[in-house]
Design a protein around this ligand. Structure first.
Ligand SMILES: NC(=O)CCC(=O)C(=O)O
Length: 291
């Protein structure tokens, strides 16, 4: 338990808006990431939002899709991670692979190498009358693997993308099977479901699994068709919000404390109290992401 998180980890979430120009979106992300590193030179890990390089729109995903790792966004982020010597969770981008389009997040180590890739598993298909209708499955295909990413320096974190947070299984598996210290979710909740569920889900996944949750949102922009909620968040293993953005473009910082993982797990020992004689341990039954 003591090596769950090997040492303190300094995190920044970059909350920005993406427009229709991919190159401009990449440059914009770079400006903010460089600024984060200038403001916090000891920065370890940076997280970008869902679809940070393209509009969040079912009619646009295919137009912006690129292959991983050869595509320009992956190459751009790899170079940036290396230049700044940061671990970079590259939000998500539309990925094309064998005629399909996925909503995919790539994670880079400090040397620019790819250490993880998560394809959004649960597609955002909702229809709330008078609220919001969105159907990612019109153009996207869902991924089919649970993703836990090992950062040799620190430990393992699990990853989901946005709507994935509503499915507690991903976090449970990363926490229980892979001993994750955090779940990281690049996301883009909206102004209908965000106020109701964003904080609730972030805190629930944290408390259920006694780990940190990190949610990175785009900033809100009423000039776009999709109004992101904003409010990027970091929640500690006791469910306390330790950093939160507003609605505009912003960088927020947090420090993850390794002590809080064992202390919350020893104080409230749900892990040891599970009754697998009454229900199954689902965390033993799934395939993990391979790069
Ligand atoms: N991009 C998404 O998956 C949005 C998820 C969302 O807004 C929700 O309510 O869930």
């Amino acid at each position: 338990m003591s090596n769950l998180l090997a040492k303190k980890l300094k995190v920044a979430i970059v909350q920005i808006t993406a427009g229709s120009n991919k190159q401009a979106n990449l440059q914009h992300a770079k400006e903010f990431i460089v600024r984060a590193k200038q403001q916090e030179p000891q920065l370890d890990l940076v997280v970008l939002p869902e679809c940070f390089n393209s509009p969040y729109s079912v009619t646009e995903f295919a137009n912006y899709a690129e292959q991983i790792p050869s595509g320009e966004s992956t190459q751009f982020l790899s170079q940036l991670a290396k230049e700044l010597s940061i671990i970079l969770v590259g939000g998500s981008i539309p990925e094309s692979d064998q005629g399909k389009v996925y909503n995919t997040s790539v994670t880079f180590d400090r040397d620019g190498s790819i250490i993880g890739k998560h394809r959004k598993v649960h597609l955002f298909d909702i229809d709330i009358p008078g609220g919001i209708t969105f159907k990612e499955s019109i153009t996207l295909t869902g991924g089919s693997k649970v993703t836990s990413i090992n950062v040799p320096e620190f430990g393992t974190f699990g990853e989901g993308i946005c709507y994935d947070i509503r499915f507690p299984e991903l976090a449970q598996i990363s926490a229980r099977r892979d001993n994750a210290f955090a779940m990281i979710y690049p996301g883009a909740f909206n102004t209908v479901t965000g106020p109701l569920h964003w904080h609730l889900l972030a805190r629930s996944r944290a408390v259920d699994n006694q780990l940190y949750t990190i949610l990175a949102s785009p900033s809100r922009n009423y000039d776009l068709n999709y109004h992101a909620y904003g409010h990027s968040l970091v929640v500690d293993p006791m469910g306390k919000i330790i950093a939160e953005a507003g609605e505009g473009e912003e960088i927020i910082f947090a420090e993850l404390d390794p002590e809080l993982l064992p202390s919350s797990r020893n104080g409230i020992p749900v892990t040891k109290q599970r009754r697998f004689d009454v229900y199954e341990d689902i965390s033993t039954k799934v395939e993990t992401s391979a790069l």
